[in-house]
Ligand binder design. Structure first.
Ligand SMILES: NC(=O)c1ccc[n+]([C@@H]2O[C@H](COP(=O)([O-])OP(=O)(O)OC[C@H]3O[C@@H](n4cnc5c(N)ncnc54)[C@H](OP(=O)(O)O)[C@@H]3O)[C@@H](O)[C@H]2O)c1
Length: 250
């Protein structure tokens, strides 16, 4: 029997824009009330809140900087206002460029803090405070190989992928933890669509995906009653090819 999203409350991190916003909207369309976490994009978060409320569910805003311990106490604060959190979608992340050549410990730690440690603390707090619920973590299909232009980022996602598997076992059966690993979906913030269009050829399906496909995978995992520790690569098959496994072609 499928798990009912309708009537539940979800916290989506980094939800004001892009993939996070589509996940928040899709959850609202399924009948969930949504806590929209944002860092800087307050105006987008407000617009999204209005759009979600037009779907006859509740929406709230919460600002927090995960680069600065803003994840501490976030579950308590959101659950206190919303009357509980049933669904956590760990979507927020940073994506700075770095290579092994110029990687620094400080840069690595900054990526780990936002991309792995913050979502881990939120998961752990969900288990401790809410006692039960469902978690979907946004990973990256390049963890099957590596991304030599975003070394610190991809290492943080490797860590988060391992944390996802560990949490899926450690917190079961109360917390059900799964992941979605996007491939080419959107260019980095501020870059034109051509940024990923020129990489379409590297994808077995010869195209990039859309935030709708990511949100659909999140909804699928949440509705399932028998998936745990599963990671769905939504990447047109890119995780299967050797392109990313290096040595890099430059
Ligand atoms: N885009 C892709 O094609 C792609 C590919 C592979 C994996 N992914 C993964 O899918 C997820 C969504 O991707 P995306 O491209 O939509 O993400 P994104 O736009 O790069 O980032 C999502 C949000 O993270 C928030 N964020 C950044 N730094 C933060 C901090 N210090 N504290 C709190 N929040 C912070 C930002 O919120 P504000 O805007 O409010 O500041 C931002 O809107 C990410 O986990 C990403 O790694 C995406």
């Amino acid at each position: 029997m499928s798990w009912e999203i309708k009537g539940k409350t979800a916290l989506v991190t980094g939800a004001a824009k892009r993939i996070g916003a589509q996940i928040a909207l899709s959850l609202a369309e399924e009948g969930a009330s949504v806590y929209i976490h944002y860092q800087n994009a307050e105006r987008d978060a407000r617009d999204l809140k209005a759009e979600i409320e037009s779907k006859n569910v509740k929406a709230w805003l919460i600002q927090a900087d995960f680069g600065n311990n803003g994840y501490e106490g976030l579950i308590e604060r959101t659950a206190g206002v919303a009357g509980g959190i049933d669904i956590l979608v760990n979507n927020a992340s940073i994506f700075p460029q770095s290579s092994l050549k110029d990687m620094t410990l400080e840069g690595l730690v900054a990526n780990i803090r936002v991309n792995a440690w913050a979502p881990f603390v939120l998961m752990r707090d969900m288990a401790r405070i809410m006692k039960k619920g469902k978690v979907v973590n946004l990973l990256d299909s390049r963890v099957s190989g590596y991304d030599w232009t975003h070394a610190e980022y991809i290492l943080s996602k490797h860590l988060f992928a391992a944390m996802t598997r560990m949490a899926a076992v450690e917190y079961a059966p109360d917390l059900v933890v799964n992941g979605v690993a996007p491939g080419l979906i959107l260019p980095p913030p501020g870059k034109p669509m051509e940024y990923i269009e020129r990489m379409d050829r590297t994808v077995p399906l010869k195209k990039h995906g859309s935030p709708f496909e990511i949100a659909a995978a999140v909804i699928y995992l949440l509705k399932s009653g028998f998936l745990a520790g599963e990671v769905i690569n939504v990447d047109g098959g890119r995780h299967l090819i050797e392109y990313d496994r290096g040595p890099h072609p430059d």
